[in-house]
Structure formats: C-alpha cells, structure tokens
Design a binder for this molecule. Structure first.
Ligand code: TYM
Length: 321
C-alpha cells in the first residue's frame, strides 16, 4: 500500500504534528511504501520571508531524519524539488469547481484571521490534491483538520477519472481517534499559527516554562477533577500507555492532586521521550551538507514516480501531441 503525507515548514514542528503524523509515518515505513515530504510550496501561501522559509524547511528535514525517517526505505523529499506537482496542479485546476474551494474551512478561517484572500490560499487544496494524486496514494495519515482537504482531493480524482477514464487512485484519509485533534496550551487546537505549541525540540528551560503555562481550570488541589476536559491530561497521555492513562484518570477523579504535579510529569515525560532524538538531531545539524545530499537524492528518486503518473495524465488530457 502507498502511504503519503506532507507537513508545512511554516514554523517549528510540534508534538501534535509528531503524534498525528510524523510518528505514524515513521512507523509505517516498515510495512508500506512511504511518501513523506516537506510542503514548502504550500508554506508560500503564508510565509513571506525567504530566509525564514529556507531555515524552517531545513529544520523540518532535520526533525524527520532525527526522529527516525529512513531515506533509504521511504521517499522523502522537499515538495518544491519535484516541481512536476505544479504541472499537475494546473491540470487539476480545470477540474475543480470554484464552489468546492469556497467551502474550504481552512480558507475561510485564514480570511477570518486577517490573511489577504489571494489565489494561492484559495487554491491551496488543489496543490494538495496534486501532491496526493501524483503519487497514487492509497492512504493519507493526517489529523482531523485535514479531513476536508482529503474530501476535496477525492472529489477532484473522481471527477477526473469520470472525464478521462481510470487515472488516479482515490485516496482514503487515515485519522486515528486518539490523535485526531490535539489541544494546545490554551485548549484550542495546537497549531503553529496560534502560538500555543509544545515544540518537539524546544530547549529545556523554555519548554518547562511553556508546560507550566498550560491553561487549566481553577479546581483546588483537594477536589476531584475531570480528565476528559483537561488539556494537561490530554497532552501527558500522549506519552502514556493505556494502563498508565487509566491510572492517571483515577487520580484525577479521586482528588488530592494538583495540576502542577501533572504538568511536571508532562515535562519530564516529554523531555525524556525525545532525548535520544535530540542527540541525533544535534549530530545531523553539524552536517547540513549531508542533509542536503539526502534531500537531493530523495527528490531524484521521487521524480521518477511523479513522471509515471504525469505521463499518463498528459496523454489523457492531450498535452503530448
Ligand atoms: P500541517 O503542516 O498543518 O500539519 C501536519 C500534520 O499534523 C496534523 N496536525 C494535527 N493533528 C492533530 N491535532 C493538531 N492540533 C494538529 N496540528 C497539526 C495535521 O492534520 C497534519 O496531518 N495541508 C497540510 C500539509 C499537506 C499535506 C499534503 C498533507 C500538503 N500536502 C498532502 C497530506 C497530504 C498541512 O497544512 O499540514
């Protein structure tokens, strides 16, 4: 099975990215054909600082490699290094009803937040459809916020297949209940654009401060608390197995335990969990030429697959005269 997913380098990667997508992708590389990429073309819709985008793109590559993505096993590349995706985007634009894009929540949210309503933001889902269809992906591991983008992708694929005959695999979103929506420090969805994240590789003091700032209700220490509505519980349980999670939920309900104690536990778990990866990341950060070589090789390997689909599409629509 072909499993594919991408991530935006529009800021520093955080633990919601990790648990909803990165960790799952790294596990899938054992049993599936994995396509994993850093979507720098998508980041252009909101990042207008070239130096920042370069740095964040390189950092995202480092993060994945440090966390265990194996570029020999997987297809791992930077989206813009395989520009064939832009050609497919243009072709798919002609099979994408404007009404479909007008209904996209992410577009409406961005405009509500004051972003300029430019065409890049509007047609973001078409580039994402091209990302997925170009590699004939069967399954796309994502968080719930990407579900509608997957529905749009499926609509476009079906429309194209109906018009020209079977061309694209119609992909399935792959969303796990436990990681569908991971809350941030303020209880809203954790997101690079809300400033409410716990970054995977944040320095120790800064991370400790951030964890301590997580918003909770003001139930006194002695009183019972509700694990279901507590951000700290949701976050610490990402680092726990089912038994530990149930035991902690019991302690919440029994009372006598303050949120401060759970925050300390969260910091300790997170710090320890990422320790071996932190060491690996430091090593890689000292050898950026190696990382650039890995990404260049990844793009070459991926381009060959992209061109298989693109040749078929060109012939379907009549571009190869
Ligand atoms: P991005 O970069 O915003 O997020 C990367 C992945 O992390 C998931 N995620 C979350 N999951 C649960 N709770 C959260 N708080 C949370 N925050 C982020 C996202 O669902 C995503 O899986 N449009 C995509 C990138 C993209 C893509 C693609 C994905 C471009 N092309 C093709 C899949 C296939 C995005 O902006 O993800």
């Amino acid at each position: 099975m072909r499993v594919l997913s991408g991530i935006q380098p529009s800021g520093t990667l955080h633990i919601a990215n990790y648990f909803a997508m990165m960790q799952r992708m790294i596990r899938f590389q054992q049993e599936h054909t994995l396509f994993c990429f850093i979507v720098n073309l998508h980041a252009l819709t909101t990042v207008y600082d070239g130096e920042r985008l370069k740095t964040d793109t390189m950092n995202a590559c480092l993060d994945f490699l440090a966390l265990g993505l194996d570029p020999e096993k997987a297809f791992f590349w930077v989206q813009g290094d395989v520009p064939e995706v832009c050609e497919l985007t243009w072709i798919l634009n002609n099979h994408t009803p404007v009404g479909l894009l007008e209904r996209a929540h992410s577009y409406k949210d961005k405009i509500a937040k004051g972003f300029q309503p430019h065409n890049g933001l509007f047609s973001y889902p078409v580039l994402m459809a091209a990302d997925i269809l170009l590699y004939q992906a069967d399954a796309v591991p994502v968080g719930k916020d990407q579900k509608q983008h997957l529905e749009i992708t499926r609509d476009i694929a079906i429309k194209f297949n109906n018009a020209y005959g079977e061309t694209f695999t119609v992909p399935e979103p792959w969303i796990e209940e436990d990681t569908a929506v991971i809350p941030g420090l303020d209880g809203q969805k954790m997101s690079k654009s809300y400033g409410n994240t716990l970054e995977i590789f944040a320095p120790e003091k800064y991370l400790k401060k951030k964890v301590m700032k997580i918003v909770t209700d003001s139930t006194p220490v002695e009183e019972p608390k509700n694990p279901e509505t507590c951000n700290v519980f949701a976050l610490v349980s990402l680092f726990m197995d089912a038994q530990e999670k149930a035991a902690l939920a019991e302690r919440y309900r029994a009372g006598g335990m303050g949120y401060g104690e759970v925050k300390k536990e969260l910091f300790a778990r997170m710090w320890e969990y990422f320790a071996p990866y932190r060491a690996k990341r430091e090593e890689l950060a000292g050898n950026l030429d190696y990382v650039r070589q890995v990404m260049a090789k990844g793009a070459d390997k991926t381009r060959a697959v992209a061109n298989e689909t693109l040749d078929l599409v060109r012939s379907r629509v009549g571009l190869n005269y």
